[in-house]
Design a protein around this ligand. Structure first.
Ligand SMILES: Nc1ncnc2c1ncn2[C@@H]1O[C@H](COP(=O)(O)OP(=O)(O)O)[C@@H](O)[C@H]1O
Ligand SMILES: [Mg+2]
Length: 323
């Protein structure tokens, strides 16, 4: 199956105090039409950085230093800013992390959604207003609420507004960066099932960013586990849940023994992800890994295909296979 997005050897730095910090290091992954991909990993692993780069919306201090972002065979990194506008929002759209708290407090919901529709310069205000109700219906906001203001909306409803705004230019790929963080569990489930419905009904490719493996199992087809800016493990949701091979994935799963119960995320993983100004030379997970050995200190493991579509970056797994 040809992927709608094919990310190859992507590396991203941030400039900070005259230094280059490697936030994302040589990652590969694919996004398929009508499928959903979960991007998981603790805070600081590079999830948001990776997603922002897909729309070329990194902050000024961020730099894509190598790699390709192929959309339908076109490398988005080679496009002019003007050409990029045909892709951003129209083909790839994002619900930014925390954005539901950044709605304009003095503008009616319908006007904010209309403005998102008018990101497409071919559409005027009158046409946009006609489409607002359709979008509200798609994301499950009752039509009588169009004239209200953000403070009249609950967190879940505000997140629906953000999703409507992301869908406004009919993208093929919808990225949702931690869309359920800060929502209570029942509302989380509603937002996740909305994303699932959109994926099915609109044939969208959905990329769901979360630090919570517990939310992934029901909703997603594929999982990409990131650690310290690298891919630790990737595979189908069944593979990742039934046969996790990377010690980090195993720990993440242990932190969510019951996917139906809310968990304080990652309470049981001791230690912290590496800081970018002091990355380990070998495996980035080595300082926290119970399996670590000499080679892990010296060499960064490559993400190798363990079985079809199942990639693992761990020396320990390689050694097991070799034996
Ligand atoms: N604007 C920035 N300048 C410098 N470092 C940044 C900036 N934004 C993010 N980082 C760093 O990049 C790393 C990845 O961050 P991020 O992509 O936000 O991770 P995640 O979304 O997985 O929590 C973190 O170490 C973070 O501190
Ligand atoms: Mg983030």
């Amino acid at each position: 199956m040809t992927p709608v997005l094919d990310i190859q050897h992507l590396s991203i730095d941030y400039q900070s105090n005259g230094r280059s910090l490697h936030a994302v290091d040589d990652i590969n992954f694919q996004v398929h039409k009508g499928h959903s991909l979960a991007l998981v990993g603790e805070s600081g692993c590079g999830k948001s950085t990776t997603m922002l780069s897909l729309l070329r919306l990194l902050p000024a201090e961020g730099r894509i230093i190598s790699g390709k972002i192929l959309y339908g065979g076109v490398d988005l990194l080679q496009l002019s800013e003007r050409e990029m506008r045909e892709y951003r929002w129209k083909r790839i759209a994002i619900v930014f992390q925390g954005a539901m708290n950044a709605l304009n407090p003095v503008q009616r919901i319908s006007d904010q959604i209309a403005e998102a529709i008018m990101r497409d310069p071919a559409i005027n205000r009158k046409q946009a207003l006609l489409q607002v109700h359709e979008l509200m219906e798609i994301v499950g906001i009752p039509p009588n609420r169009a004239q209200q203001y953000p403070h009249q909306f609950s967190g879940g409803m505000r997140q629906r507004v953000m999703i409507a705004m992301a869908l406004a230019c009919k993208p093929d790929v919808l990225i949702a960066d931690e869309p359920t963080t800060a929502l209570d569990v029942m509302i989380q489930a509603q937002i996740l099932s909305l994303l699932q419905k959109l994926q099915r009904d609109l044939g969208l490719a959905v990329v769901l960013v979360t630090h919570d493996l517990g939310v992934v199992a029901e909703v997603c087809d594929d999982v990409l586990v990131m650690y310290g800016g690298k891919v630790a493990e990737a595979g189908s949701v069944e593979t990742i849940f039934n046969n996790p091979l990377h010690p980090y994935t195993q720990r993440l799963l242990q932190a969510f023994p019951d996917i139906n119960r809310p968990m304080s995320a990652l309470a049981s993983i001791a230690g912290h992800p590496p800081s970018l100004d002091n990355l380990p030379t070998g495996c980035r997970f080595e300082p926290r890994c119970h399996l670590r050995s000499d080679i892990c200190k010296r060499q960064s493991p490559l993400a190798l295909e363990h079985d079809t579509g199942h990639y693992v970056a761990c020396h320990h797994v390689e050694i097991q296979i070799a034996n």
